[in-house]
Design a binder for this molecule. Structure first.
Ligand SMILES: Nc1ncnc2c1ncn2[C@@H]1O[C@H](COP(=O)(O)OP(=O)(O)O)[C@@H](O)[C@H]1O
Ligand SMILES: [Mg+2]
Length: 292
């Protein structure tokens, strides 16, 4: 039975999509069956996996059809270049679906949960990439999930923003999904300086142990990979950004009491965990090379 994790933060540009693509790719390569659900009409996760989603012509179905009841998840999932990783794609046509969903009289917040129910047995992990707002899509994602993973950029901590997100989580937990938990907070785009130290302290104070020890550094490779339609592990596997997401995947699996299968081509970087509280110390940058 899949564990469903919503990657959520209502602020845009904090690393939700980057975390979704790269964490899920590593978890799949470490031996787990993974489904990525793109519930952001911008479709960045969809295109980041090389699935062209700008026009409906390119995709037989999207999550839009699934949520409207016009297609099943099974006939909509698309395979990716990563073995064991499927995507439930989105595209811009999905943008108007919030209005249609709002018009549903009954349990419109549970549409995604119901749609995913028949395929939860087929996967070990389902990651949902949320849009940058606390709208009906995000609420659907939280209602469908076991936990929420919050990416937090190293240079910005908004107490107000976090209070708002936590309040939504609380409301969903109370009214729609009692089992919802906090998976953790991952610091993204981390650059070591006074500001990020301050942000890290605030985040620790607010979230305590649920903050992942692994911090994702600001790394240009992470920004480049999506334009090649590849997760960073297939674009530049030994870049600092790639190694950081590898560490994050291992740390998350370890928290779940799960093992990570060694990765071909990355054996010398065998799952080094960063020291507690310190920034991520990935390996040396190497020229781009592709794994299988
Ligand atoms: N650690 C990082 N280092 C460098 N660039 C990053 C990093 N994480 C994300 N980015 C880039 O920042 C932008 C916003 O990230 P994205 O993951 O799309 O955020 P969100 O999904 O929260 O809007 C993208 O262009 C992405 O490529
Ligand atoms: Mg995004």
């Amino acid at each position: 039975m899949a564990k469903v994790i919503a990657i959520s933060n209502q602020k845009g540009g904090v690393g939700k999509t980057t975390t979704c693509i790269n964490l899920s790719a590593f978890v799949a390569l470490m031996g787990y069956k993974v489904l990525v659900v793109d519930i952001d009409p911008q479709g960045n996760t969809t295109s980041g996996f090389g699935i062209v989603g700008e026009s409906k012509d390119n995709l037989k179905h999207t999550i839009y059809d699934v949520m409207m009841g016009d297609a099943t998840v099974k006939e909509t999932v698309t395979k990716t270049t990563v073995p064991g990783l499927d995507v439930l794609p989105a595209n811009i046509e999905f943008a108007g679906a919030d209005v249609e969903l709002m018009n549903l009289e009954e349990s419109r917040e549970k549409v995604l949960r119901r749609a995913l129910a028949p395929i939860r047995e087929d996967y070990d992990y389902i990651f949902i990439d949320c849009p940058p707002s606390l709208n009906v899509f995000s609420v659907n994602a939280l209602t469908a999930s076991d936990s929420v993973l919050i990416p937090m950029p190293g240079d910005f901590f908004s107490l107000e923003g976090i209070a708002q997100l936590m309040n939504t989580v609380k409301l969903v937990k109370k009214h729609l999904n009692h089992a919802l938990e906090i998976e953790g907070v991952v610091m993204t785009m981390y650059v070591k300086n006074n500001l990020s130290n301050q942000v890290a302290e605030d985040v620790m104070r607010w979230f305590g142990k649920s903050v992942f020890k692994t911090r994702i550094p600001r790394n240009v490779t992470l920004g480049e990979a999506p334009s090649f339609g590849l997760p960073v592990v297939q674009y530049n596997p030994t870049s600092k950004g790639s190694l950081a997401y590898m560490d994050l995947a291992v740390e998350m699996l370890k928290r779940d009491g799960k093992k990570a299968k060694p990765l071909t081509g990355l054996s010398s970087y065998k799952y080094k965990q960063p020291p507690t509280g310190a920034g991520n110390k990935g390996g040396k940058e190497k020229p781009a090379s592709k794994t299988k």
